[in-house]
Write a protein that binds this ligand. Structure first.
Ligand code: NAD
Length: 349
């Protein structure tokens, strides 16, 4: 397949691109290169004949039309988004612009392109929206999200992703665009921008700084290694049923404080300091309206498509910690651009 992947210079998009090229697909990476993008993430495929890069904003309809006409993709996998909850608290409009408007523009351009395709390309075409489990809101101590869970987003980020999901379904129902949606739990792994929990903990610990934990650290997240997510996404793109939703998770629910302690223990092995890294843990003001718990029942994707996660959290965290230690120059270049994993997302007047 020739897959047009939006957001391919980001964390998850770049993992999908590396996997897709490895699997023999052609890829067009469409990315605006915002602050979280990094073309180093796709450096390993840059010279591959099946790889092309287009710097473009998904809100720019004319550019998108030219890219679709020029590359003629067989499928679209849409990951471009503003992705960080704390930033959405500080600046929600960027999230509405990219995640809602950008998705609508991309859907319109994809629809016009798809409508003119000849068979069998038309029937084979797919528009896959990569979304989050955060659209379902927060769970209490029990239960898991499924594909049937009602939408109840909390943050401007999750509300904008929920809106995008609704738009994708509407384009499927109204215009017959062949769509599929995945809602995935929290990802971690190499090349994650050091503003999300796991890379923030690792990089700040390596720099001898305090390790911030929001609130009491009792919030629960279901962690999935990014390579498992990439595998799930390509599985759904190839074999998922049209107009369906698939919930994707790692079956690895842990309290944030447990995950932070696991990382500290791993760091004590590979990058020991004068004191145990866990001594640098500092409980800080909680995120406003911090969702208490996410957990995913991923039995549908396993039953129908045979996908299940392969990487355990222990293995994945050990590998991720090692990756950041060995590739600290990747972090340093981000620091040189002015990002220091400082606190974001406290509500200001
Ligand atoms: P990321 O921030 O690392 O990457 C986002 C990419 O999108 C960046 O390369 C950025 O330049 C690009 N982008 C942003 N605005 C754009 C625009 N207007 N036009 C074109 N490109 C633009 O994010 P990520 O963590 O890789 O997440 C990718 C997708 O997966 C997002 O849609 C996110 O909602 C979803 N998701 C993320 C997680 C997670 O744990 N990170 C979990 C589930 C779903």
């Amino acid at each position: 397949m020739k897959i047009l992947i939006t957001g391919g210079a980001g964390f998850i998009g770049s993992a999908v691109i590396r996997r897709a090229i490895h699997d023999g697909h052609e890829v067009v990476n469409l990315d605006a290169l915002t602050y979280s993008a990094n073309l180093e993430n796709v450096a390993s495929v840059e010279g591959h004949p099946g790889y092309a890069f287009e710097q473009a904003d998904i809100c720019d309809r004319a550019r998108l039309e030219a890219i679709f006409a020029g590359h003629r993709p067989d499928a679209v996998m849409h990951l471009a988004a503003e992705s960080h909850v704390d930033r959405s608290v500080e600046g929600p409009i960027d999230f509405v612009q990219t995640n809602v408007m950008g998705t609508a523009v991309l859907l319109e351009v994809a629809r016009a392109y798809w409508a003119k395709l000849e068979e069998p390309a038309k029937s084979a075409f797919r528009f896959h929206h990569v979304s989050t489990d955060e659209v379902f809101g927060a769970l209490g101590e029990d239960g898991e999200f499924t594909e049937e869970t009602p939408y109840d987003p909390t943050s401007p980020y999750s509300a904008s992703k929920a809106a995008a999901d609704h738009l994708v379904r509407a384009w499927g129902r109204t215009y017959g665009l062949p769509v599929v949606i995945t809602n995935c739990s929290n990802n971690y792994g190499p090349y994650q921008f050091p503003e999300k929990l796991i890379p923030t903990v690792i990089t700040r610990a390596l720099e001898g700084k305090s390790i911030p934990v929001y609130g009491d650290g009792r919030q629960v997240r279901d962690w999935l290694h990014v390579d498992d997510h990439a595998d799930a996404l390509l599985t759904v793109l190839k074999t998922g049923r049209l107009h369906e939703t698939y919930a994707i998770g790692g079956d690895a629910d842990h309290r944030n404080i447990e995950v932070v302690r696991m990382i500290c223990a791993e760091l004590d092995k590979v990058a020991p300091g004068n004191t145990a890294h866990a001594e640098k843990i500092e409980f800080v003001t909680d995120r406003p309206a911090h969702d208490f718990r996410y957990a995913i029942d991923a039995s549908k994707v396993e039953r129908e498509l045979g996908w299940r996660p392969k990487v355990t959290l222990d293995q994945g965290l050990a590998e991720t910690v090692r990756w950041y230690v060995e590739n600290y120059d990747w972090v340093e270049r981000i620091r040189e651009r002015g990002f220091h994993s400082e606190r974001l997302g406290l509500v200001k007047a």
